[in-house]
Design a protein around this ligand. Structure first.
Ligand code: ATP
Ligand code: MG
Length: 249
């Protein structure tokens, strides 16, 4: 009902009728929209809560269940290796496979953990990640974020974060560097991401033939999913730089 009518009985003989026309359509519309937004917010919060508790459950099962089984299998195999001189190379191979399985479980657990990006966005997520590395290792990690415009699809921010996280993991694991950095630079068409270190570097041919790890191929795959291009600049003794260009929609 858009209008309200008020009738005011003013005096005995003289009756004044006053019509006060009050249009409250706009107010009603705003109230309805706010109600719908609130309902939507509650619904999304419930979904996020379910996803997070499910993630926690899977993480616990992977860590306490599968992780413990792998550790026990590894210990038993180490005892066999100590006790017997037979099949030594096969046993070592099996041990390495178990180690890789352990790494893989840790990676899955890491991917399942809700990240700071989901809570605070990419820029703060990167800042927290770099500060943590600075505090916990001897590596001085700089970060520079210029004109960053958040992609409309939130999932893309998480993919970009995972790429940077993987590149920084490699720096910690392999580079022996003192300095490293992450930079994000947006132009009209592109988001350019650079992750670099001043460590030992690697021969590019060896890197392209390297079959053991998942890190670089994950970075490649994720960049491809974002429709971007990847370039790795490195040589022995000259550090390593990953340059990624992603078109901005
Ligand atoms: N920043 C770096 N400095 C020097 N070498 C590197 C660097 N990043 C990667 N590498 C080399 O490239 C190889 C491939 O890296 P990749 O991330 O694919 O595998 P990984 O780190 O060995 O294993 P995973 O990532 O699966 O745990 C590494 O084993 C390492 O030799
Ligand atoms: Mg790696």
């Amino acid at each position: 009902m858009p209008y309200r009518i008020y009738i005011i009985d003013y005096e005995y003989r003289k009756i004044n009728i006053v019509l006060l026309l009050e249009d409250n359509t706009e107010q009603q519309r705003t109230e309805e929209t706010n109600k719908k937004l609130e309902e939507e917010r509650v619904r999304v919060a419930a979904i996020i809560k379910t996803i997070e508790s499910e993630r926690e459950r899977i993480t616990r099962e992977l860590h306490d269940g599968l992780g413990q089984l792998l550790t026990t299998a590894k210990l038993k195999l180490e005892i066999v290796k100590l006790k017997s001189a037979d099949h030594n190379s096969e046993i070592s191979e099996a041990l390495n496979l178990l180690l890789s399985a352990g790494d893989e479980i840790r990676r899955i657990i890491n991917d399942l953990k809700p990240s700071d990006v989901e809570s605070f966005g990419l820029v703060t997520g990167i800042e927290i990640l770099c500060e943590k590395i600075k505090q916990n290792t001897g590596i001085n990690v700089e970060y520079s974020i210029i004109n960053y415009r958040s992609p409309s699809n939130k999932k893309n921010e998480i993919t970009i974060y995972r790429i940077i996280q993987e590149a920084l993991n490699n720096i910690l694991k392999h580079s022996k560097s003192k300095n490293a950095g992450v930079s994000l630079n947006s132009s009209q068409e592109n988001l350019e991401i650079e992750i670099w270190d001043d460590g030992i570097g690697i021969d590019k041919i060896f890197l392209s033939e390297h079959q053991g790890g998942f890190g670089i191929s994950n970075i490649e795959q994720r960049t491809k999913n974002l429709g971007g291009s990847l370039n790795i600049i490195t040589s022995p003794g000259n550090g390593l730089k990953i340059i990624i260009n992603i078109p901005v929609a």
